[in-house]
Design a protein around this ligand. Structure first.
Ligand SMILES: [Fe+2]
Ligand SMILES: [Fe+2]
Length: 130
């Protein structure tokens, strides 16, 4: 079962961008499957590390476009990206310290962040850039 489902409300109205976001969600689901398999040697830390790497690459690309286009809300948008990366690092630290990880809590946090960020920040950015 997919950990995170794509929802129409995530759409920013630009098909290419939606496609990229859909791929990000599909990747999270694939990694989750890899981790959940019986006798999997793909650990929680591998799972979180891979997500962190892909999400930060996606953000870096968006930030590069914003800088190139001198986007007016660059600072706020970047701050929002950093908040998610901080949250991911907190989840990793938590896991390292307490060996505690909940798939459900993780999915809830990521879904909440995606729906806020895609709808508010990314939708505005991509409409603005046209
Ligand atoms: Fe963004
Ligand atoms: Fe994005």
């Amino acid at each position: 079962m997919a950990l995170i489902e794509w929802k129409d409300e995530y759409s920013v109205g630009v098909p290419d961008v939606d496609h990229e976001h859909q791929e990000l969600i599909a990747l999270i689901n694939d990694l989750h499957d890899a981790m959940s398999r019986d006798n999997s040697d793909f650990t929680v830390m591998d799972f979180l590390g891979e997500i962190y790497a892909h999400v930060s690459a996606h953000f870096a690309l968006e930030e590069k476009i914003m800088r190139e286009r001198k986007y007016d809300q660059y600072a706020e948008h970047k701050a929002d990206h950093e908040a998610l990366l901080d949250e991911l690092r907190d989840i990793m630290d938590d896991y390292e310290e307490n060996a505690w990880f909940s798939d459900e809590e993780f999915a809830k946090a990521v879904e909440k962040w995606f729906s806020d960020h895609f709808r508010n920040r990314d939708a505005r950015l991509h409409k603005h850039l046209g």
